[in-house]
Design a protein around this ligand. Structure first.
Ligand code: AHR
Length: 337
């Protein structure tokens, strides 16, 4: 009886301590702004070009609801001027924090200087920017696009480790001037040209990028551009698509011509959306470099810290994997998008 009493007491004390610790852990984070009302976040999404983008928007909306943050959400329909307009309206509303996924890298200095002048912190989500002045944003949360391109290039080198002669590559690029387009383009080439590669120093494959054309991260454009490529080039060995939507469009274009994607043409893509993972299981895509759209929670944590005046890391990168044709189907991700 005494033992039972002692055991119950230990359980009771332990749960009281853990509840207190949980409270402590969150206690420094603000749930309200200086005026005692709900924190307001203005978010300017760049558009809805891909399934990845829809998942990103859903992640932000869902996290805002769970964190009790009031969200003003604008969809800029692929236009930088709309994103700038949205940010200006957030400034006029005097939101507590502004966040946005910049459609392109440049052209943000003026509007960010306006936000800075009003003392509103800015968080970049998913994509990077390049500005003339420093200190125009408080934090970045998203992916390392150059590394994603390198991962694609490294996998390709491994795949062709025993090959000899020319390997003919075509590339479907994302939105011109955007950071994922530039990062993946550069990282891919860097990895292909890396002579310190230790996987197979004997390989004599020569990678030749026949063409690199834009598909704007959209399935319809990926398909259209791949049709043009197939009309202009024969003997294509590899397609590197900067995202899954374009890869899926290209898969359709190839199949229409009787070309077997994944077999006649090696297909590398980025994102890991559900349809592309399914295509990989069917042998139509050989490698997918993961890009993670689920940054909503991390964004809300940053927002709370910024409102509380707590210092935040300037860059937070998502951890991302590479999935390949060699993975067992049960090891492939089942993302809800
Ligand atoms: O910025 C991230 C990229 O944008 C994703 O890879 C792509 O699918 C999206 O449209």
């Amino acid at each position: 009886m005494k033992k039972l009493f002692l055991a119950s007491l230990v359980v009771l004390v332990a749960s009281a301590i853990s509840t207190y610790l949980l409270y402590l852990d969150d206690s420094f984070l603000e749930t309200e702004n200086d005026f005692g009302s709900k924190i307001v976040l203005g978010f300017a999404q760049l558009g809805a070009e891909s399934e990845w983008r829809s998942a990103s928007s859903a992640s932000i909306k869902d996290a805002a609801r769970r964190y009790g943050i009031e969200l003003m959400f604008e969809n800029a329909q692929q236009k930088q001027e709309n994103q700038i307009k949205a940010i200006r309206s957030f400034i006029a509303h005097r939101v507590d924090v502004i966040a946005f996924s910049p459609i392109v890298e440049t052209g943000w200095d003026n509007i960010l200087l306006e936000a800075k002048a009003e003392g509103i912190p800015v968080v970049l989500v998913d994509r990077h920017i390049r500005t003339e002045s420093d200190g125009l944003f408080a934090a970045f949360v998203g992916s390392d696009f150059v590394e994603e391109g390198r991962k694609a290039g490294r996998w390709l080198r491994k795949k062709f480790a025993d090959a000899e002669g020319e390997v003919r590559v075509v590339e479907l690029r994302g939105t011109e001037g955007s950071s994922p387009m530039r990062g993946r383009y550069e990282g891919f080439r860097e990895a292909l040209g890396d002579n310190d590669w230790d996987n197979d120093p004997k390989s004599s494959a020569q990678f030749k990028v026949l063409c690199s054309l834009r598909g704007d991260f959209m399935r319809s454009k990926g398909r259209e551009t791949m049709e043009q490529i197939l009309s202009s080039y024969s003997n294509i060995d590899v397609l590197f698509a900067h995202n899954d939507d374009m890869a899926m469009g290209a898969v359709e274009a190839m199949e229409e011509r009787g070309i077997r994607p994944g077999k006649d043409v090696v297909v590398i893509s980025v994102d890991a959306q559900r349809s592309a993972v399914e295509a990989m299981k069917q042998g139509k895509i050989n490698c997918i470099v993961e890009c993670n759209p689920y940054v909503g929670d991390r964004l809300m944590e940053l927002v709370r810290k910024l409102v509380a005046g707590v210092s935040v890391p300037s860059r937070i990168y998502s951890e991302e994997k590479v999935y390949t044709e060699d993975d067992a189907p049960e090891d492939l991700p089942v993302h809800p998008y």
